[in-house]
Design a protein around this ligand. Sequence first.
Ligand SMILES: Nc1ncnc2c1ncn2[C@@H]1O[C@H](COP(=O)(O)OP(=O)(O)OP(=O)(O)O)[C@@H](O)[C@H]1O
Length: 261
Amino acid sequence: MAETLVELDNISMAYGDGETAVRAIEDVTLSIQKGEFIAVVGPSGCGKSSLMKLISGLHPPLSGRLAVEGKPVNGPLKSVGMAFQASNLLPWRNCVDNILLPLEIVQPYRKNISSQRAKYKEKAVKLLDSVGLAGFTEKFPWELSGGMQQRASICRALIHEPEILMLDEPFGALDAFTREELWCALRDIQQERQVTVMLVTHDLREAVFLADTVYVMSNRPGRVVKKCPVNLPRPRDLEITYGKEFQEIVYELRSMIGGKH
Ligand SMILES: Nc1ncnc2c1ncn2[C@@H]1O[C@H](COP(=O)(O)OP(=O)(O)OP(=O)(O)O)[C@@H](O)[C@H]1O
């Protein structure tokens, strides 16, 4: 029986207060199981990133109950790794030193970083190897392609072995071929580590290819209007994206998001 990792019960959230408050999320109830891969899709500004900020403890809810690993969330969680559309690698650090960055910040790694640096470096190199960057550990970000930078940024999000990997449009700035390559890299990482993943994306094919469950959010204030389990068999390869069943799911999601054509 799967174990619940994240629970949101009637959660609402706003930026600011009083008359100028921006209500970003309204009455969201959902749960994420340990090892589950969820994707969140919806129109621009519907609150997808806000949902991520809530779960990672970077922004408090206005009302409702939020728990991670059974405990209420009262501040930023250590058990989260994050990656964004821009890789945000530090240009003055080489690849491996960029990946070590969270270990210089998050305890208990932080207190051991000087004595354990060699061991941590070995771990970073192994991670880079697992995403096809074995020969690039000493390269600086500007010596890497956009896709390589995103691979490195996902390694950085994983180095402290978080329970939840939060990805906010991580492949949004990449070309279609590189994006599909990285879908496969992420699929393999998740399969190997069984990490719980929350992916925010505008790309419905990406959501259906990778996720176990896709949540569709409405226009702001964001509500969950559809929970769509993706029952396509695993392991999935890119061939599946050309199949009828895959395309029917994408079409159904697209019709829920609407928009004028
Ligand atoms: N720091 C902030 N202060 C005030 N309002 C904010 C802030 N961050 C986001 N918002 C507002 O909250 C709403 C939800 O924003 P959010 O970034 O979560 O949406 P999103 O679905 O991730 O958008 P997109 O798909 O365009 O990235 C938007 O209307 C946005 O303008």
